[in-house]
Design a protein around this ligand. Structure first.
Ligand code: PMP
Length: 432
């Protein structure tokens, strides 16, 4: 057995089998630098799918901030410390009023878990409206509000506290006219809100990703969140925007995904890119909701908001700003999307190219008129790209959407290389 085989065997033995590896021949990745990953043999891969190492793998300024702070102090948040206050002030400054109060946690799941508690305490209600295909995290209550999981393999179906609405998908969903689809999809949110009847079964929150990740890189049509939020608030529910995938400038035109829909949520949850790979998350909410939550039961999080995490969070914000990464996401993402659309004109298997900034999706089909999904083809393309040194993955309820969400240091040359390689791979891969 080679060392690689030993590693695989040991992993299979000591790690839970429900955790899968990417690619038919899994990669052993030993190093990362900006938009590149390196395997055990020194081969370089262009990372076009990791939206966690947002400002680049092992970005030197983030590494330095972590190293410097961990050598001085890392403790809990029951002492006064400048970092947590500066970071909270800086982060809340990036949000519109009245989103001003921060809670610090250690993952996207913890952020959403806390969002549910905030919404529940504020409204006194326990039902949720969620969007088909959504994933919000790995805890018991989040699996319950994640149709991606509870409707998927091994899932137990919807719990009685959850009302699922159709995905606002103008490519495949029931409403495809961009001008009217937003209101039409939001009408389903209204129906779900009204469905419960008596006070015991009222909805605490409409929980929605600002752009849908696991749902297949879906950009809601204009007006969707505005109308859905109106319906939710009329029904006495609060609105939670899950920005775990799309926040921090990725969408290019705005810092937050919800801003592209011209809304202000009541609770926003943050994760993945917030710490560039360091396990962090945050919830940002209004003073009113934060006051409701202050009901005598303390909220304490052993690791959330510690000085090292806050130093890292501050460094990430500095890098986004100093390196103009939001502007870069807009320019490079625009160029990449245009290149992919041009490929779509030549390759029938590309049914749709969508997304904002550097959050893009390519939906593969075997028939453009019936939209029959080409999941196997999408999987083969991802393998073909890996062989060419470019890392991508697939998602969406039909597993036929190629996800593109690279670190924001992705360059125009990287975008061109991705398009050229995809062109070659599509030429070589037989259609489904
Ligand atoms: N929300 C969304 C939209 C996500 O994509 C994820 C993770 N894929 C989570 C929440 C959960 O985050 P974590 O894995 O950090 O707990």
């Amino acid at each position: 057995m080679t060392r690689y085989d030993d590693l695989r065997a040991a992993r299979a033995r000591y790690l839970g089998p429900s955790l899968s590896l990417s690619y038919e021949r899994p990669l052993e990745i030993v190093r990362g630098a900006m938009q590149y990953l390196y395997d055990d043999e020194g081969r370089e891969y262009l990372d076009a799918v990791n939206n966690v190492c947002h400002v680049g793998h092992c970005h030197p300024r983030v590494v330095k901030a972590a190293q410097e702070q961990i050598a001085v102090l890392n403790t809990n948040t029951r002492y006064l410390h400048d970092h947590i206050v500066s970071y909270a002030e800086r982060l809340s400054g990036l949000f519109p009023d009245p989103l001003q109060v921060c809670f610090f946690v250690c993952s996207g799941s913890e952020a959403n878990e806390l969002a549910l508690r905030l919404a529940h305490t504020h409204t006194g209600r326990s039902d949720w409206v969620v969007v088909e295909g959504a994933y919000h995290g790995n805890t018991t209550s989040l699996i319950d509000i994640s149709p991606y999981k509870y409707d998927g393999p091994g899932g137990a179906g919807a719990s009685r506290h959850v009302r699922k609405v159709v995905m606002p998908d103008v490519y495949r969903g029931p409403y495809r006219d961009g001008d009217t689809a937003g209101a039409a999809y939001a009408e389903h949110v209204k129906e779900a809100l009204d469905a419960g009847g008596d006070q015991d079964r009222s909805v605490a929150a409409f929980v929605c990703e600002s752009l849908l990740g696991c749902g297949g890189q879906i950009v809601p049509p204009p007006g969707y969140l505005a109308a859905a939020f109106d319906h939710a608030r009329t029904a006495g529910a609060v609105c939670v925007a899950d920005e775990v995938q799309v926040g921090f400038g990725r969408v290019g035109t705005h810092f937050w995904g919800f801003e592209t829909q011209d809304v202000v949520p009541d609770i926003v949850t943050l994760g993945k890119p917030i710490g560039n790979g360091h396990p962090m998350g945050a919830v940002v909410t209004t003073p009113e909701i934060a006051r409701s939550f202050d009901n005598g039961m303390e909220y304490f999080n052993t690791f959330g908001g510690n000085p090292v995490s806050c130093a890292i969070g501050l460094a990430v914000l500095d890098v986004i700003e100093d390196e103009g990464l939001q502007e870069r996401a807009l320019a490079v993402g625009g160029r990449l999307k245009k290149g992919l659309e041009e490929l779509g004109a030549r390759h029938q298997a590309i049914g749709d190219v969508r997304g904002l900034g550097l959050f893009l999706g390519v939906e593969m089909v075997s028939d453009r008129s019936s939209l029959a999904p080409a999941a196997e083809l999408a999987g083969s393309v991802v393998e073909g790209m890996r062989d060419r040194g470019i890392l991508l993955s697939t998602d969406g309820p039909l597993h036929n959407v190629i996800k593109i969400k690279p670190p924001l240091v992705f360059s125009a040359d990287d975008a061109d290389r991705l398009v050229e390689s995809l062109d070659e791979v599509l030429e070589e891969t037989p259609p489904e």
